[in-house]
Write a protein that binds this ligand. Structure first.
Ligand code: ADP
Ligand code: MG
Length: 371
């Protein structure tokens, strides 16, 4: 016999539903920043500057020089499921932007104080709007909630204050602001490498010199050298692998075959046997999205088992582009995990190319020292 009586089932309040949903997308300051970086990149920015206070819990501000937001869109900007990037379900199969669900700003507005200053090229001046729980709210008590004219350059400034002020459990789980800042720098570093043409900057509020800064128009190896240092940069090997051939240097394939095959391409920068780290540093971008794939990481590590001594690990940057229709980006709330067609075959081909290149390099080195 059940020991207790069943309790009545009640409908959750809208605010509570939204707060719970927000917690699934915004885990910590670094996950908010990832969403904001992606929005700035989606907006075509060439410069992105971030200011952080208390590991992003007190303040997380991102300024970009992208296309800005139209004033008429400001009232619904932070509502759930409002987006400029997706309109039909089939759009999902050719999605070329990072965003598509319109949940990031909404989520942030449910767990923090959010304000937005934005100016499009057509606007004579910027507009500033403040949001709470998905809606425009007055910046100060007694004012109207309507966006206010403001000074500002072309582009957008998103300001997040007091993240998780209304979700105390989440807040207490994130005790160390230095740990949160380290994660913010890690996300920025990875995006700065993948988007090496864009200038990035990240600093603590009030501090003179930024902890991270990259110039515009770098190459990927230049960005790696700047952000990870020359010990890695000096030992990097670069290969391109495609669905058609092992590297893109050989163009003499017959054209008929090319049309038969699905098409994908990968660009890999990976360290040789001279570089030996304690832990693998694996940067994986699938269709420009920073993602996690424990399977691909294991496969890449396996390439090195015959090349590095036990306990030593490589640095690997892998950017894979597959046909958007073969990728399901909608499997995870943070889009951190993606599934794509022929994952095993593609991984095998990339890894065997890496393996051969590493082995060749080792042989030619032995040969050189022998002669
Ligand atoms: P999504 O990126 O999935 O569309 P978001 O909540 O992240 O959803 O953003 C909602 C909308 O706000 C975007 O579709 C875009 O139109 C606009 N937006 C957000 N951030 C920026 C930005 N930095 N620059 C220009 N537009 C932006
Ligand atoms: Mg977005």
């Amino acid at each position: 016999e059940p020991a207790v009586e069943p309790r009545p089932i009640k409908r959750l309040s809208e605010t509570l539903i939204n707060r719970i949903a927000a917690g699934e997308i915004i885990h910590r300051p670094a996950s908010a920043l990832k969403e904001l970086l992606e929005n700035s990149l989606d907006a075509g920015s060439t410069s992105i500057k971030v200011i952080v206070k208390d590991g992003g819990l007190k303040l997380l501000q991102i300024q970009d020089n992208g296309h800005g937001i139209r004033k008429s869109d400001l009232p619904i900007l932070a509502e759930r499921f409002t987006t400029s990037k997706l309109s039909t379900f089939s759009d999902l199969s050719r999605i070329a932007t990072y965003g598509f669900r319109g949940e990031a700003l909404a989520s942030i507005s449910h767990v923090a104080r959010l304000s937005v200053t934005t100016k499009t090229k057509k606007d004579g001046h910027a507009w500033k709007a403040t949001y709470s729980d998905g809606l425009l709210v007055p910046a100060k008590a007694g004012q109207s909630a309507d966006p206010k004219p403001s000074a500002g350059n072309d582009g957008t400034i998103i300001t997040i204050e007091d993240l998780f002020f209304n979700t105390p459990t989440r807040l207490s789980a994130l005790r160390s602001s230095s740990e949160e800042y380290a994660r913010i720098l890690d996300v920025m570093t990875k995006y700065a490498i993948h988007n090496s043409k864009v200038a990035f900057q990240c600093k603590k509020a009030g501090s003179g010199s930024p902890e991270l800064t990259t110039p515009a128009n770098s190459t990927i190896p230049q960005a790696i050298k700047l952000l990870y240092g020359h010990t890695i940069a000096n030992e990097l090997i670069h290969v391109n692998v495609t669905s058609l051939g092992a590297t893109d240097t050989d163009e003499s394939m017959d054209v008929d075959d090319e049309e038969e095959e699905e098409s994908w391409k990968a660009e890999v920068y990976f360290t040789n046997a001279n570089y030996q780290a304690k832990k693998t540093n694996f940067l994986l971008f699938i269709n420009h999205r920073l993602v996690d794939s424990p399977r691909m990481k294991r496969a890449v590590e396996a390439v090195y088992t015959s090349i590095l001594p036990k306990g030593a690990s490589p640095f690997v940057y892998l950017s894979l582009e597959v046909d958007p229709k073969n990728v399901d980006v909608n499997v995870h709330p943070t889009k951190k995990e993606v599934h794509f067609l022929n994952e095993d075959a593609i991984t095998d081909k990339i890894c065997s190319t890496m393996q051969v290149t590493l082995a060749n390099q080792a042989t030619s080195r032995t040969f050189e020292t022998q002669t």
